[in-house]
Design a protein around this ligand. Structure first.
Ligand code: SF4
Length: 138
């Protein structure tokens, strides 16, 4: 297994070979310094399965993808939401509607933040409309 430093070195070499300017060099040229601030949004990707197969999908989500968040991981994320003091919880996928535990997740995390976002392509939401709409109304 490669160390993080080795991965970083390989990544830099790959960028060098393209002739693309390093991100840090671009920041330096514009006199920009990035500073870590408070984390206000907890974005939760609960799986890569999707009912669509969009060519532009940056996650390569599709009906054939099997990677879905386990219940154990979801419970850990819910704990993080409870104690993380986030302003926003943002649930995404894939199509999050295809995860069997989406309703439970929404019920658990929505009281933890003032805003909850459920990212949907709408075509997947229609399959579960009644069940999820009742939960989302709450
Ligand atoms: S609907 Fe969204 S998540 Fe699904 S394949 Fe298209 S871009 Fe990816």
């Amino acid at each position: 297994m490669l160390s993080d430093q080795k991965k970083n070195d390989l990544s830099c070499q790959a960028i060098d070979s393209t002739g693309i300017t390093h991100f840090q060099q671009t920041l330096d040229r514009h006199g920009i310094t990035l500073l870590r601030d408070k984390t206000t949004t907890l974005q939760i990707n609960i799986g890569l399965r999707c009912n669509q197969t969009c060519r532009h999908c940056h996650l390569d989500a599709s009906p054939g993808r099997g990677e879905m968040m386990t219940r154990e991981t979801m419970n850990q994320v819910i704990e993080l939401a409870r104690y993380g003091h986030f302003e926003t919880v943002d649930i995404t996928g894939g199509a999050p509607e295809l995860h069997a535990d989406l309703g439970d997740l929404i019920k658990s995390v929505s009281p933890c933040a003032s805003k909850t976002i459920l990212r949907s392509n709408l075509t997947a939401l229609s399959r579960e409309l009644n069940h999820l709409m009742d939960i989302l109304k709450e």
